[in-house]
Design a protein around this ligand. Structure first.
Ligand code: NAI
Length: 463
């Protein structure tokens, strides 16, 4: 079989040690892969002043697939996380993690096998944050139809490919009615195309409670970015912690596989690192590449090694990284079904077009956010075409007076509405009027409604 070239990023801390372990096991199993080394992380920052140099991106783009060791994110200094940079730059829209019970890794549950698919780009991770006043900070939670569609469709495709039976959508649409509501709406649309797979949904808090008590009930979970970040670590903990948690970041063109854990600087260079999570990530990569026979052989060797009692210190054993690696190699059986090298690209064809909605909206008002620290501001009740409908503080209506006794901060949302559709120019006049009345505004959101009068914005608490 002609070998495929795969980018290998060793990373920082224990990265080189665990990468060396994976290389040795792959070589012993005869995996038809040639590694192309590329750098990222601290070494790249020292050499190029940049955590991910252009050569590394070029290598991943050329080879399409990469295995990455953990990289250290320097605190301060403005260095962005290497992982976030790689994820966003290559549009790796789905983070896929397998939480599966391992033999000899003692946990409270022994029959867990959950595939966690996390949307990887948007949500609060779009990184759109602003100080509104010296006392109020804001982060935009951005959920898009297309972004949700990509991650959710990938979850269903993986479920089908792996013979899984059920995909559960995790959300908080009872509170985030518009953003998580859109996520759930897209999930239901996609689910309708996969009639062979059971589709259901669960609110994220209940999901966590269920995971802590009966994790065996879940098959595939698909989550927006923030819940996915947290819940996937919870799932890792359920099956034995970060030392055994693999992951992959998948896009339409490229895929980067890496362990969930970090660079563990406290144990770097001491021969104490557990290579299991990176090896499992490598196994996930082999499955992605269609090299299923090799993936199974290495998986079996790893399972049998753990079952034989050979373990690294983090799992309660005595083996060094090297001895553990040697034991895995000793447990390898010959690979009979070698599979064929095919990179199974996620099938999202047509989904962007199918997911784009065009809807005519009227502009009917604006939420003007003002900084005011001296009680409820006496905003003008009429300004041009607009009438002041309400003011809220931290989302709760405080004007017209509600009689509520709540903590007021120096950040008010003033909702101005018009009975008739207005133009952008009218909103600019409204803002000028707010300024002339002596108020300082820092942020404005337009209020739209559909032609049939359905509001495209949320109501305030108490509105
Ligand atoms: P960490 O995951 O590196 O370490 C947490 C604890 O787990 C440490 O006690 C460590 O010794 C242990 N540990 C982690 N992996 C292990 C392994 N394979 N075998 C045995 N023990 C292991 O998390 P921490 O300390 O918060 O982060 C260290 C650095 O790693 C930071 O700079 C962080 O930004 C970076 N990081 C990088 C990630 C990546 O590249 N994917 C992911 C998470 C953190």
């Amino acid at each position: 079989m002609t070998p495929r070239t795969v980018t290998l990023i060793e990373g920082d801390g224990i990265g080189p040690e665990i990468c060396a372990s994976v290389e040795k096991v792959f070589q012993a199993a005869g995996v038809p892969i040639v590694w192309e080394r590329a750098i990222a992380g601290l070494a790249a920052i020292e050499q190029f002043g940049n955590g991910v140099p252009p050569e590394t991106f070029a290598s991943i783009k050329r080879n399409k697939v990469a295995l990455k060791g953990p990289t250290t994110t320097p605190v301060g200094g403005g260095h962005k996380s290497v992982n976030v940079t790689i994820r966003k730059s290559l549009d790796l829209y789905a983070n896929v993690r397998l939480a599966r019970s391992m033999p000899a890794v003692q946990t409270k549950f022994d029959n867990v096998n959950i595939l966690v698919v996390r949307e990887n780009i948007e949500d609060t991770y779009a990184g759109i944050e602003h100080w509104q006043t010296p006392n109020v900070a804001q982060c935009l939670k951005l959920i898009t139809r297309e972004g949700s569609m990509h991650a959710i469709r990938y979850a269903f495709e993986e479920a089908r490919k792996l013979g899984r039976k059920r995909v559960t959508c995790v959300h908080k649409a009872n509170i985030h009615k518009i953003t998580d509501g859109l996520w759930l709406e897209v999930f239901r649309q996609v689910a309708a195309e996969y009639t062979d797979i059971v589709a259901d949904d669960i609110i994220v808090d209940n999901c966590c409670m269920q995971l802590a008590t009966r994790p065996e009930q879940f098959d595939v979970l698909v989550l927006p970015n923030l819940y996915g970040d947290i819940v996937s670590d919870l799932c890792a903990g359920i099956v034995g912690g970060l030392g055994v948690a693999p992951g992959g970041n998948i896009g339409t063109e490229y895929a980067v596989f890496e362990a969930v854990h970090g660079s563990a600087p406290d144990i770097a260079g001491k021969g104490l690192a557990n290579p299991t999570a990176l090896l499992l990530s490598g196994i996930q990569m082999l499955q992605y590449m269609g090299l299923v026979g090799y993936a199974t052989a290495i998986q079996d060797a790893l399972a049998n090694t753990l079952a034989s009692g050979v373990r690294t210190r983090d799992l309660g054993g005595m083996a060094t990284t090297e001895k553990f690696t040697e034991a895995i190699i000793a447990h390898l059986h010959p690979v009979t079904d070698t599979g064929t090298v095919v990179v199974t690209k996620p099938s999202v064809a047509g989904s962007a077009a199918a997911s784009t909605v065009t809807e005519e909206w009227d502009l009917v008002g604006a939420d003007v956010f003002v900084k005011y620290g001296d009680g409820i501001p006496a905003m003008p009740e009429k300004l041009g075409k607009f009438t002041l409908k309400l003011q809220s503080n931290r989302g709760t209506k405080v004007w017209p007076p509600s009689g509520l006794s709540i903590l007021l901060v120096d950040h008010y949302r003033c909702r101005y509405v018009s009975a008739e559709p207005v133009e952008h120019a009218d909103v600019l006049e409204l803002l000028a009027g707010v300024t002339e009345a002596g108020f300082s505004w820092m942020h404005v959101e337009l209020l739209h409604q559909t032609k049939s009068g359905e509001a495209r914005y949320s109501k305030a608490q108490g509105e």
